[in-house]
Each structure stands twice: as C-alpha cells, then as structure tokens.
Write a protein that binds this ligand. Sequence first.
Ligand code: NAD
Length: 360
Amino acid sequence: MSTPLDFSYETRPARVVFRPGASVSATPGEAARLGLRRVLVVCGSRGEATARAVADALGDVCAGLHAEARMHVPVEVADRAVEVAREIGADGCVAVGGGSAIGLGKAIALRTGLPLIAVPSTYSGSEMTPVWGLTEHGAKRTGRDAAVQPRSVVYDPELTLTLPVPLSVTSGINALAHAAEALYAPDASPLVSLMAEEGVRAMAGALPQVAAAPDDLDARSRALYAAWLCGACLGATTMGLHHKLCHVLGGTFGLPHAETHTVVLPYALAYNASAAPEAITALSRALETDDVPHALRALALGLGAPRSLAELGLKEPDLTVAAVQAAAQSYPNPREVTANGVLGLLTAAYEGWEPRSDTV
Ligand code: NAD
C-alpha cells in the first residue's frame, strides 16, 4: 500500500550562474545586480591566485582581498575577517574557494548581515545552504540562518580543473552523501528527491571520468552540476546519522572532512537501509545496483579513496567515545540511533570491512 504524499517545500531566493569562466566573467555582474560597490573577497591561502583573478575582474568594486580562511572557521579567524570587512566599509562579500572559504564568508554574513556571493571550487555544497559553522575551543557549533545563504552562486567548472583527483573523489562523495541523506530526511519532498537522485546519478557518472582525465572540462562540468544538485538537497533538508557522525569525527577527533564522509557513507547507509526502503530504491536506480552500500564503497575504492577510519588516523579507543557522542545528540534518522548500533557501524568503518546491513 502506498502512503499519500505529505510534504512542505520552501524555495530560498538564490541565483545560480553556471558556465566555464563564470568566476571572472559573471561575478562582477552578480555584484552589480545586488547593488554592491565595495566588496571584500575572501579565500584560503592556497586559493589566493584564483581569488585574485576574481578580485581583478571586480575592479574598483573590490575593496580588499583577505586570504585567511581556514578549515572549520576558527572563531578568531572569523573575528579578524569581520574586523577587516568593517575597516574597509565593505557592503558585501565574495567567497572564492571550497567549503572553508565559503564558511568564512558565511561567518561575515552572520555577524554583519552583508550579502554574500559564493564562487565554489570544490563539491562541498556549502554555497547552497543557510548553514554556518564556527569552531571555538576545539568544538564546532553550527546553525541555520537565512542571512548566510549566498544570494548568488557562481559555478565555474574551470576553477575545479586544479582540484587534485583524490580530493575531487572524496569531495564528490561528500556531495553524494548530502543527496543520500536528503532522500530519507523528515523534510524531504518530491522536488528534493528528484534533485537528489539526479545528483547521485550525475556524480557517480562524472567521478570516474574526472579521475581518468582531470582536465576534461566536460567531466568537471558534470561533477560540478551534480555538486550543485546535492548542495541544494543539503540546504533544503535536515541531515541524519551520517552527517552527525562525520561532524563528531571531524570536530572531536580532527579527521579530514571529505575523506571521513567518503569512508563512513556506505556504512551509514547499510545501517539505515532497512528503515529507508524508498531512499535505497532511489539510490539503487541512480547507481544501477541492487547493493547500494557495496556499490558506493566500490566506487570510492576504485578511484583510490581511503578504505577505513583507521587509515584516516582514528584510534580504536576513540570508537566508543564517538559512538556515545553521536548517539547522545538529537537529530532525525530513519532508524533508531543507539550507542551500540553506532559502535557496530563505526567498528566496521574503522576496520574497512565490507558494509552489510546485518553487520552494522
Ligand atoms: P576546503 O575548503 O578546506 O578545501 C580543501 C583543500 O582543497 C584546501 O587546502 C583548499 O585550498 C584546496 N582547494 C579547494 N579548491 C581547490 C581547487 N579548485 N584546486 C586546488 N585546491 C583546491 O574543503 P571542502 O571539503 O571544500 O570544505 C570543507 C569545509 O566546509 C568543512 O569545514 C565543512 O564543515 C564545511 N562545509 C559546510 C557546509 C555548510 O553547509 N555549511 C557544507 C559542506 C561543507
């Protein structure tokens, strides 16, 4: 018997421009549309040359370039960036780079209310969400606030040509995780589910091509297109156990963001599979498989991704601590989350065992 449709869907006002070269050719027009005259461009130290090209294209509209973004937005880094934005009298911010640079732009938007334009260079999806994060005393706080959602997102696949293959693969699977959990989110809706399924299909198709030919602009375009869809799913829904677990592993144990998502995802889906049959059916269609956790792990390993949490530096005694932490928090998940259940999942991911619903 099928269940009658029952959902809410809210669109958020964000403009998306997607084209090769758009970071330089479209960002000035996006700033003009928002009426901006003095923007602060923010980026990480490694992304400075790319951000400089965007700043040059903005001409007089660029009032400063601040290349101090760092992973997980330490609060002192955010404080300094806000100070700079105020000192130069910025009326807007342009964040160029991965989730870390966009995270810094969001921190500025959160504190000052300045409009944000995002020019992403990874597949993290942060550019499509109203979620911010700040790290203080080793703990990362996150929240949702419409003020941090970029008003305009400029997708330029040319920026991703330099993204190393290992990071392209893990960042791509990080994106895929957003779509996977959106499919069983309590606030899922038919449009989000369509985007999620297509996002997974497009990313799973593009990643092997990106890995085989990293400078193929067409493959890069399709991976970035998938990242857009997956990011939109992340922005529209509430994530479950997988994202919470990765948050704990990154926040408390310092594990790298995209790699951790890549290792954990097959195990989290194996854990949730019995309680989320419709999501698994959609993922099976997108991945053309009848064993979703196995197919995801095979995709990642086939492209050289890390195999286990042990490989990422987690220690065995950390497993229990992480399981207790992940089970103690409250978030929606299709299957009940118990410390024992999460410990089984984490142990399998730590060892790098084949993910199976009956073992996690
Ligand atoms: P990142 O931004 O830290 O980038 C990873 C590394 O790749 C950095 O060294 C960076 O300099 C480099 N890099 C980025 N783009 C490159 C390119 N095109 N070519 C070469 N090198 C490049 O990592 P990320 O995975 O994009 O983002 C992770 C961060 O974003 C985490 O803090 C995560 O919590 C946050 N995030 C937030 C949201 C949200 O909705 N708020 C969503 C996803 C991720």
